[in-house]
Design a protein around this ligand. Structure first.
Ligand code: DGY
Length: 323
């Protein structure tokens, strides 16, 4: 008998084809996020679940799937949508998609640095509103990034890819991380390891690239924002709740920092109304990994993880079982 797989959101066709060759597949095939009830119905009795960021993998979903479930393959590198301890208690393997979205996400982070420092969102709004405008010596001046310090919070793959891009734009690199990266990587990137306090106080742009967990919830709050330079910018492409969004709105409105570029929000898809009114905020809708190539690679990796586990092999990119 073929194994059963539930795919809880629309994924690129090559991955669905690979899964269908191997198993009986229930797949949610539209772009709307399925209701919890629809997902619970779809996962009943399956051996594997492909979850998207919008799929809440909690005890209720695991109960709905039942004891046949062996693996949850998240089509994302971040896995804060998954209750990993609950999966571990049931012996369910959890996997994610590291590596394949590193460049796409670092591209977006760098794009946000350029957009916010050069006021590109504001500029675009002027053109589209058909307001009169005129080139002028002092018209819509931004800040140069050359010789400015980029402070990276979280020097994993994406943080390092961001550092490479920023270095090519002439920025100097500082970083803060749980552990120092190797001296080879520090030398390649010309990166200086700083404490969070030092990084916040000295950086011209601060980029959040760390994973979200209870340890990083509201890591950047009013107190941390107040440590930044008034001329500094904050960029977040990691997860919304790492930044206290209401505190950020206050900081942007009152000139505590100069601006922010955000790809992620605290309660997606909701965006704090205060942010919408901030000209000095660039806001984009969680596009970090949104290229055809990247999303295809993510879905293929999730499919390979699923097939590996259901074939009795080791997953390619497992999330470590919590202790
Ligand atoms: C991820 O994979 O965690 C990204 O946020 C998806 O865009």
């Amino acid at each position: 008998m073929k194994p059963k797989i539930a795919v809880c959101g629309r994924i690129p066709a090559p991955a669905l084809v690979a899964l269908r060759e191997f198993a009986d597949v229930w797949a949610w095939e539209t772009d709307e996020v399925p209701s919890v009830e629809a997902v619970h119905e779809g996962v009943r009795g399956v051996d594997a679940i492909l979850s998207l960021l919008t799929t809440k993998v909690d005890d209720a979903l695991l109960d709905a799937a039942g004891p046949s479930l062996k693996v949850v393959s998240n089509v994302a590198v971040g896995f804060n949508n998954i209750d990993v301890p609950a999966c571990a208690r049931r012996g369910v393997v959890v996997t994610n998609t590291p590596g394949v979205l590193t460049d796409a996400t670092a591209d977006i982070a760098m794009a946000l640095v350029l957009m916010v420092t050069r006021r590109l969102g504001e500029g675009e709004r002027v053109i589209r509103s058909q307001e009169p405008w005129q080139w002028g010596m002092f018209y819509m001046l931004g800040s140069s990034i050359q010789h400015q310090q980029l402070g990276i919070i979280g020097m994993g793959d994406i943080g390092q890819a961001m550092a490479r891009r920023a270095k090519a734009f002439g920025m100097t690199i500082a970083y803060s991380n749980r552990n120092r990266v190797s001296t080879e990587i520090e030398a390649e990137l010309g990166a200086t390891y700083l404490s969070m306090d030092e990084l916040l106080a000295t950086s011209d742009v601060v980029s959040v690239n760390c994973p979200y967990s209870s340890a990083t919830h509201h890591l950047i709050d009013a107190v941390q924002l107040a440590k930044m330079k008034k001329s500094a910018y904050l960029v977040n492409t990691a997860r919304g709740p790492i930044v206290h969004e209401a505190a950020l709105v206050d900081a942007l409105q009152s000139g505590v920092i100069a601006g922010a570029g955000l790809d992620v929000f605290e309660e997606e898809p909701k965006v704090h109304p205060g942010l919408l009114a901030c000209e000095n905020a660039v806001l984009i809708p969680h596009l970090g990994s949104a290229t055809v190539e990247t999303r295809t690679a993510m879905a293929m990796l999730a499919a390979k993880n699923t097939i590996a586990v259901l074939s009795g092999g080791a997953p390619l990119t497992p999330i470590p079982v919590p202790k």
